[in-house]
Design a protein around this ligand. Structure first.
Ligand code: ABC
Ligand code: CA
Length: 474
């Protein structure tokens, strides 16, 4: 994917080991054990309809490279982030041919494959016994590594870039990404990875732990869209990774105000409103940020919030905002796992149910976003305007998609708000449809829309004339 096609994508993130496994495997998968549970590429292929049925077109899978074997004080490498030899594949997930089959199967369905890559480190079971060797493939010399020191000071960027992540159980030996040997290896590696598996995009791990000037060549060698993890909530810290390093960050700056705004009925939504403006002022292109509510590193939103209306409003935000939406597997199944490793539940226990309320909810959000993109060439590139409508609701105006999100909760009484024509762009007497409830409403003689928020649910409007497949199945 190039930037332009990446903007219209909608990504579903899986932990390969936990999404789907062959029916022949029946052992119990206990997240707290942190062990491989048997998920494979071949089993994932069998479930593409489940993902496509929710309207997602891109699947982000776990890192595919060979990882350290056996067990550690933090369990096994089931998540794929503990690289041993990047030139080999992790055979717990299947063969290289199985991965190619996944890529082909996705492309045959008009879908895309995004692979997670880690260049910052390889893994060792202890920092004191780590010895570079041919087990680490090309990185067999001590010159390939930054000398050992733990990251101790996140306010010191040199410490963040050159010291090691991890701990005494699993030390993440920091590669010397300042060395030409290491740089050339990774640039070639990513080019071949994309070509061997016909990848459409790449998710980059630990971006802030590698010096910025490493990234532009790496990104151009990949030759496809990249979304990178810069785990920091401060937009002034994150934005240079887009403008200078050429990696499009995940939207951690919006993530924290998003959860704080919607995790309780007394949440403050003005923090999110202000942040969206700061993001517009700080980033060179907010329409290429990666928006998410859940992922594999943070407690699921549902681990602390049980109100279904709050949950739906928070999940709606990434789909109606500037940037690329990321859904995390299991959100549609109502999973409630907390911090790593609890947020990495096996999906098979939920039986891939396509009739659940949340499954249909994600399908509605994706349908609305798609209809907006089909109706307007500039939907994905135009920047939204976010404003307060009341103390418990905000307007996200990204024409032709106009959303009212609220944190009043499911027990709230009906509340009236008005969407002004100046914000929506709608003219007088225009019929619009709410993609969530499928209710139709009509603007008044001035183009303003009177909206009633019922039981605190999100409202995601598009003109009926532009609705495409929105609400076609109800
Ligand atoms: C293992 C165990 C866990 C245990 C953990 C300590 O060690 O399994 O149970 O809790 C992989 C695995 C993990 C594993 C780790 C370490 O490896 O998935 O299960 O955890 O062995 C990426 C990936 C992540 C992956 C790795 C390593 C990196 O997405 O899945 O983990 O390849 C840091 C890194 C970030 C990394 C994250 C896990 O740790 O920067 O790249 N994620 C602050 C720091 C961040 C830091 C974060 C969490 O804490 O600034 O750099 O992320 O430790 C905001 C601030 C932020 C602040 C947050 C908490 O608050 O703005 O700066 O982040 O307000
Ligand atoms: Ca580093």
């Amino acid at each position: 994917l190039d930037d332009s096609s990446a903007r219209s994508a909608s990504v579903y993130q899986v932990i390969t080991d936990r999404f789907a496994r062959p029916s022949s495997v029946s052992s119990t998968c206990t997240t707290s054990d942190r062990k491989y549970c048997g998920g494979t590429y071949s089993a994932l292929i069998e479930k593409l309809d489940y993902i496509q049925g929710m309207g997602f077109d891109t699947i982000w899978i776990s890192p595919i490279v060979e990882n350290i074997g056996g067990t550690t004080g933090e369990g096994e490498a089931y998540h794929g982030y503990w690289t041993l030899d990047a030139a080999k594949t992790n055979d717990n997930f299947g063969t290289a041919d199985d991965l190619k089959s996944l890529s082909t199967a996705l492309h045959n369905k008009g879908m895309y494959l995004m692979v997670d890559v880690v260049v910052n480190h390889v893994a060792a079971t202890s920092s004191s016994t780590f010895i570079p060797s041919s087990s680490y493939g090309q990185f067999s010399s001590s010159d390939d590594y930054h000398p050992f020191c733990w990251i101790t000071d996140y306010s010191n960027q040199t410490n963040v870039e050159q010291c090691w992540l991890g701990d005494d159980s699993v030390a993440l030996a920091d590669l010397n990404t300042d060395s030409d040997t290491v740089k050339n290896y990774w640039n070639n590696w990513v080019k071949e990875l994309v070509s061997n598996y016909t990848l459409d995009s790449v998710r980059i791990d630990t971006v802030k732990h590698v010096q910025k000037d490493f990234w532009p060549n790496f990104v151009s060698s990949a030759g496809v869209f990249t979304q990178g993890e810069v785990l920091n909530g401060d937009p002034t810290y994150v934005s240079p990774y887009q403008s200078d390093a050429k990696v499009n960050p995940f939207n951690y700056p919006a993530y924290y105000p998003l959860i704080r705004g919607f995790n309780q009925t007394s949440g403050d939504l003005t923090e999110l409103v202000t942040m969206t403006q700061t993001i517009k002022n700080s980033f060179s292109d907010p329409t290429l940020l990666g928006n998410f509510l859940n992922n594999h590193d943070n407690p699921r939103f549902e681990s602390t919030v049980t109100d279904t209306s709050l949950i739906k409003n928070a999940h709606a935000y990434p789909f109606v905002t500037d940037g690329i939406p990321y859904g995390y597997y299991g959100s549609e199944a109502g999973f409630t796992g907390g911090a790593d490793p609890d947020n990495r539940e096996p999906l098979w226990t939920a039986n891939y149910d396509t009739s659940s309320d949340m499954y249909k909810f994600f399908a509605s959000l994706n349908a609305a976003r798609k209809a907006a993109g089909n109706a307007s060439d500039s939907f994905f590139t135009n920047q939204m305007t976010v404003s307060s409508l009341s103390s418990s609701s905000i307007l996200v105006a990204k024409s032709p998609l106009i959303s009212v999100l609220s944190n009043s909760g499911s027990s709230a009484s009906d509340a009236s708000v008005t969407v002004q024509s100046s914000a929506s762009g709608w003219s007088s007497n225009t019929e619009v449809i709410d993609a969530i409830s499928c209710e139709t409403l009509t603007t008044d003689g001035s183009g303003n829309l009177a909206v009633t928020v019922k039981t605190g649910l999100p409202r995601v409007f598009i003109a009926s004339s532009q609705k495409g497949s929105v609400c076609s199945s109800s």
